[in-house]
Design a protein around this ligand. Structure first.
Ligand code: IPM
Ligand code: MG
Length: 373
């Protein structure tokens, strides 16, 4: 089948990891006889440099008309250190979320047995962790009114939520829980915030429609602690935009590397798939960044298109690369040699097209040659 995929690889390590995800998709196209039509477009700092706009019209159009969006990362140090910059790379991503109404961000967090040694947490705390974060993405303090007073002595950001905004993400979380361990934990700050109290009321009502799912509540401060103390207690975490942003990064260390976490941002018409690691500027252009999160984002994209077998093939290849230690240095074992971003991508693509590893020469990986004998 033919599918159009918008590829907006963005800034920092975005382009180099997205290139590996494309290799995996190309391998899937070859192995399963599909055509993926890529439409490349700019977003973030590179788009500001080229056009002055972090989300050029053309990029928005390409994304609107694609079957799915493969996203890299946005941001640039020069803007991070300049709080007075009026145009910022992140505005590109935030506007894209708003324009396409990508209202729910879904992040699976799983501890890979082969990578537990890499987690800063104790093995017995991490082993068996498997949960998902459902983060509301289109509302809250991110999009409420904000202002800096003329004399620059006061500023405010407003957090607003409507029942409708809460409900659509909550339903997705409950549906996912029904197919998992049937527990939803709502993370909020209902002891302080009015919006959190609206979340509780709305979600409690929705829970009545999902009798097989248990609903629990946790305040955000406690939740950040529970994530580290006992991550296995969670099945589906449901939360608002800002709290979701914070716990997503915290959760990423559980799995052993932020370089492994993929996420999807879903709307009713469009869906975007991205690694959660961001631009990682220090690694830009060095061919050392871990491409697995981007490759796993491509797998999520395929699930979204209904290509489940194809997505499984990517996930199997990723599992294999980890098991064999064909990894970048952030997740390598002490006894292993690390390899480069592009060689991890080559291995994954070879493994997908060949479907088994009996004819592969793993030595070649480290020498940058084809892995096929
Ligand atoms: C994320 C990022 C973004 C966010 C930034 C880049 C605006 O941190 O996707 O989690 O805060 O939502
Ligand atoms: Mg974030």
């Amino acid at each position: 089948m033919k599918h159009t995929i918008a590829v907006i690889s963005g800034d920092g390590i975005g382009p180099e990891v997205t290139a590996q995800a494309k290799k995996a998709l190309d391998a899937v196209a070859e192995a399963y006889d599909h055509i993926f039509l890529y439409k490349e477009a700019k977003i973030g700092a590179c788009a500001i440099d080229a056009t002055g706009d972090p989300l050029p019209k053309e990029t928005l159009e390409i994304c609107k008309n694609a079957d799915a969006i493969l996203f890299g990362a946005v941001g640039d140090i020069k803007y991070d250190n300049d709080p007075s910059a009026k145009v910022r790379p992140e505005q590109g991503l935030l506007r894209l979320r708003k324009e396409l109404d990508l209202y729910c961000n879904v992040k699976p967090v799983k501890a890979y047995d082969n990578l537990i040694y890499n987690s800063p947490l104790k093995r017995e705390v991490v082993k068996g962790t498997d949960f998902m974060i459902f983060r509301e993405l289109s509302g809250g303090i991110y999009f409420g009114n904000k202002e800096l007073s003329k004399d620059e002595k006061h500023a405010f950001d407003t957090c607003t939520y409507s029942v409708e905004e809460i409900s659509r993400t909550a339903h997705l979380a409950f549906k996912a829980a029904q197919n998992r361990n049937k527990k939803v934990t709502l993370v909020d700050k209902a002891n302080v915030m009015e919006t959190s109290r609206l979340w509780r009321k709305t979600v409690a009502k929705i829970a009545e429609e999902y009798q097989d799912v248990t609903l629990e509540y946790l305040f955000i401060d406690n939740a950040t602690m529970q994530l580290i103390l006992n991550p296995k207690q969670f099945d589906v975490i449901l939360t608002e935009n800002l709290f979701g942003d914070i716990i997503s990064d915290e959760a990423s260390v559980i799995s052993g590397s932020i370089g492994l976490l993929a996420s999807s941002s879903i709307g009713d018409k469009n869906a975007l798939f991205e690694p959660i690691h961001g631009t990682y500027y220090e690694a830009k252009g060095k061919n050392i960044a871990n491409p697995l999160a981007s490759i796993l984002s491509a797998a999520m994209l395929l699930y979204h298109l209904g290509l489940n077998e194809e997505a499984d093939a990517i996930e199997r290849a990723v599992d294999k690369s980890i098991a064999l230690g064909i990894t970048t240095k952030d997740i390598k074992r002490k006894s292993q040699k690390s390899t480069t971003t592009s060689k991890v991508g080559d291995f994954i693509a070879d493994y997908i097209t060949n479907q088994d590893d009996s004819n592969m020469n793993f030595q070649n990986i480290h020498m940058g040659q084809s892995t096929i004998i």
